[in-house]
Design a binder for this molecule. Structure first.
Ligand SMILES: Nc1nc2c(ncn2[C@@H]2O[C@H](COP(=O)(O)OP(=O)(O)OP(=O)(O)O)[C@@H](O)[C@H]2O)c(=O)[nH]1
Ligand SMILES: [Mg+2]
Length: 459
């Protein structure tokens, strides 16, 4: 998809629409030539200094007519975002004027940039590793403060550094293995297992496992969570959904078995995107439609990160309620005692002890206790530490880490079994390659294309 890197690319870097300032960005060897063709400075300039702003006009190179008053800055290679000569033209922020300036840069020798091409060049020129390039995308598309925090941390390069450190250890090991392969007749043991076994364990396997743990801890902050509202028919599940959403989304009636299908909506709970699923009341039934609804509810439970188990507090606890617990145990659960506006038939302390779960009393009808419930959801989802973990791998990173861990464990086994260096070396290389994919050293071209094409043009 991407064309060669030697040419010069240009694009409007600011969002479409009207703004105070709009920027056209040019990157590549022709940046300065284009600048000289199109820019008429207010005061004569002998040579453009790098990273200095100049005030003047963009002119049509043939008619010499002024197109716009601008500020320009030239950032010479390698000290620029892409690592190439970069020219930025800060013009007035109107779509037509920016398009005109863009067209002039194209006429002067640039080519229109593809989505993400500036960032891809930064990556190819070694300005960013792949995890940092991905972070640029995450920063642009962050929906919540937390997502932004995660992305900025990744842009700082911690994850890439960690991966590089693990790979350095493996590279060193591989070098020793290669000596052993080349000089098999040597008496001295070139790769002593008492040295390498602990090093592989401590410098490769443990750090990979730690990163995988960080993935599961940060996944919810990054990707959001799925929450299922479950319980017997008529306990007020749909009322609770409506209450959380502050709108009449689901049908509520006094007839048990009202909700037949799963109803899903997304809610922002204290910065976490939570997909809430209202489900059909769980009970044994001969009704065909309801049976399907109950089946879907059970599937949703399996899929969910957290379950709100709703019980009608104005009725005594029944066997049917206990049966539901059997369906959900093992999940993160909050026991929600609904209809707290009616005289209670269930003792909060007693039920808390019986199930050993966090219990929140609410009235979905009157919107009481909802804030407390939201706090409990947040707390259950991300625990006490609202802090972002040190490293925040993505799903793509996680999959590569899992492959690296598998191959790394084979390396360990091979050392324990005393297999010949040739065999060990194959698994070491596989571990190296899997880790290399994360930072972009061994990432296949098509995956790079997928990553960078998610950007907008001009980034
Ligand atoms: N008094 C009182 N009534 C409530 C409360 N929450 C719900 N109800 C009533 O309980 C009945 C059932 O509410 P729903 O929200 O439809 O219950 P559900 O659990 O979704 O029921 P199904 O979809 O049939 O499984 C309705 O008549 C609601 O008005 C509450 O907090 N207090
Ligand atoms: Mg319902």
């Amino acid at each position: 998809m991407f064309q060669n890197n030697k040419d010069t690319i240009s694009a409007i870097a600011t969002p479409p629409g009207i703004g105070g300032v709009g920027i056209v960005r040019v990157s590549g060897p022709l940046a300065e030539t284009i600048l000289k063709k199109l820019f008429r400075p207010k005061r004569p300039i002998k040579e453009f200094k790098s990273h200095h702003f100049y005030y003047g006009e963009i002119i049509h190179p043939e008619t010499k007519q002024m197109v716009d008053e601008v500020l320009i800055v030239l950032m010479r290679a390698p000290h620029s975002y892409t690592g190439e000569d970069v020219l930025e033209i800060h013009a007035h922020g109107g779509p037509l004027i920016l398009k005109k300036i863009l067209e002039l840069t194209l006429k002067a020798g640039a080519r229109l940039a593809e989505p993400g091409e500036f960032t891809k060049r930064a990556f190819l020129n070694g300005r960013l590793d792949l995890t940092q390039a991905e972070a640029v995308l995450d920063i642009i598309s962050a929906r919540t403060e937390k997502e932004l925090q995660i992305a900025t941390r990744q842009l700082q390069g911690y994850l890439g550094e960690k991966i590089k450190k693990i790979r350095d250890c493996l590279k060193e090991f591989k070098a020793h293995l290669e000596v052993a392969i080349d000089f098999p007749e040597e008496d001295v043991e070139i790769v002593p297992s008492e040295v390498w076994l602990p090093r592989i364990e401590n410098e490769v396997l443990k750090p990979i496992e730690h990163l995988l743990k960080c993935y599961s801890e940060s996944r919810i902050l990054r990707e959001g969570a799925i929450l299922a509202i479950v319980g017997k028919p008529n306990v007020g599940k749909s009322s609770l959904l409506n209450c959380l959403l502050k709108e009449e989304r689901a049908i509520v009636t006094p007839i048990p078995g009202t909700t037949r299908d799963v109803i899903e909506e997304i809610l922002n709970i204290k910065g976490i995107a939570v997909k809430i699923a209202d489900t059909a009341g769980l009970r044994k039934t001969v009704d065909v439609v309801e049976t399907i609804g109950v089946k879907r509810a059970k599937e949703k439970i399996i899929e969910s990160d957290i379950v709100l188990w709703v019980i009608d507090r104005s009725c005594p606890l029944e066997e049917e309620d206990r049966e539901i617990y059997e369906e959900i145990k093992g999940k993160k659960i909050i026991l929600v005692l609904n209809k707290s506006d009616l005289p209670p038939k269930i003792d909060e302390e007693k039920i808390k002890k019986e199930f050993n779960l966090p219990v929140i009393s609410i009235s979905a009808l009157y919107g009481k206790g909802i804030e407390k419930l939201e706090e409990a959801i947040y707390h259950q989802l991300i625990g006490d530490t609202a802090a972002v973990p040190e490293f925040v791998p993505t799903l793509r990173h996680k999959q590569a880490l899992e492959r690296a861990l598998k191959a790394g464990k084979r390396v360990k086994d091979a050392i324990i079994k005393g297999l010949p260096p040739v065999f060990v070396s194959v698994d070491v290389q596989e571990t190296l390659d899997a880790l290399g994919e994360i930072i972009g050293e061994t990432t296949p071209e098509d995956i790079l294309d997928i990553i960078f094409s998610q950007f907008c043009i001009g980034k």
